[in-house]
Design a protein around this ligand. Structure first.
Ligand code: A2P
Length: 289
């Protein structure tokens, strides 16, 4: 049984710097206001914050996020977060894990509307469209909060201008952890900016979300590495195996997931690219703590 979603039937900022609103030349994080918080499971939540008018980033990049320091802290704790909202949005959205004893997320998970979040000034990252050579199909392989940069990319019209087909995979432990990706993709058909781009003229999907679980029953089960190995992924997607002539890949998840998945992708003959040397695939760790 397969679960394929189709239509109709989603320079780092120095941690030493003190938060402040000040001269535009400063590297210090800016103080932003929490607009919305949504909890999905006891391990995952999403939140959005105000976006300074001067804050520019490329869809798919990450930025340092933190909270104002407490009395016992010398400096605020900052962590890298992929920006989940697209570059055109006037707010910034993030998708985060909750780590009970995590230096940042133990506090961050308790934020509410109106609270202050610190935002770094220098977005960076490799999961950007410019780091890949042109091709027919874009694959985005994610696990857990590794879906965040892809939440940004699938809401960017440029993604659909560059590729004929866009396939996002999201593998999690349990069903509840798929809520964010499933809901976002389902809502895209009604999005005023990309709604018409996620379907082809004949009504077939141009964007596909393929979900799998590893610790609960689901129409598709197993790690992305197993799905690549057995070829089940290509069956579900209705494609042939990865091919460097037609396919490009972005990978985001834990360090082990990235290492293992990148090895498999290389096994299909694809080579890793970067901002300065675009090639066939790019990787990025989803940061936690
Ligand atoms: P598993 O349940 O078999 O560990 P996490 O929440 O720990 O970041 O995991 C998210 C998903 O990534 C889980 O489904 C997990 O599978 C999977 N995963 C963990 N390690 C790897 C890996 N090395 N390669 C591929 N998938 C992985």
């Amino acid at each position: 049984m397969l679960k394929l979603y189709t239509w109709p039937a989603r320079g780092r900022t120095p941690a030493t710097a003190a938060p402040e609103r000040q001269s535009p030349m400063s590297n210090a994080p800016t103080e932003e206001t929490v607009l919305e918080v949504e909890h999905f499971t006891d391990r995952l939540f999403a939140f959005s914050i105000t976006r300074p008018p001067s804050f520019r980033f490329r869809t798919g990049e990450f930025i340092m996020i933190g909270l104002p320091k407490t009395e016992d802290q010398k400096r605020p704790i900052m962590r890298a977060y992929s920006i989940a909202s697209p570059a055109w949005d006037d707010k910034l959205e993030f998708y985060s894990i909750k780590v009970e004893d995590g230096p940042l997320t133990s506090r961050l998970q308790k934020i509410g509307k109106g609270d202050t979040v610190l935002l770094g000034r220098k977005p960076v990252g490799t999961l950007v469209l410019d780091a890949l050579l042109p091709a027919k199909r874009l694959w985005m392989f994610s696990t857990g909060t590794g879906f965040a940069p892809f939440a940004s990319l699938i809401r960017d019209p440029e993604t659909y201008e560059r590729y004929d087909e866009v396939i996002v995979t999201h593998t999690c432990r349990e069903e509840g952890e798929l809520q964010y990706s499933q809901r976002l993709v389902a809502a895209l058909i009604n999005d005023p900016l990309v709604g018409e781009m996620v379907v082809n003229e004949d009504g077939s999907p141009k964007l596909k979300l393929i979900t799998s679980l590893t610790r609960e029953d689901h129409p598709l089960t197993g790690r992305i590495t197993s799905l690549l190995k057995t070829g089940e992924l290509f069956e579900v997607a209705g494609t042939g195996p990865l091919n460097k002539e037609t396919d490009r890949v972005m990978i985001c998840g834990s360090k082990d997931m990235i290492d293992d998945t990148a090895k498999m992708v290389e096994g299909f003959g694809l080579e890793e690219g970067s901002n300065s040397e675009p090639k066939h695939f790019v990787v990025e760790k989803s940061f936690v703590g």
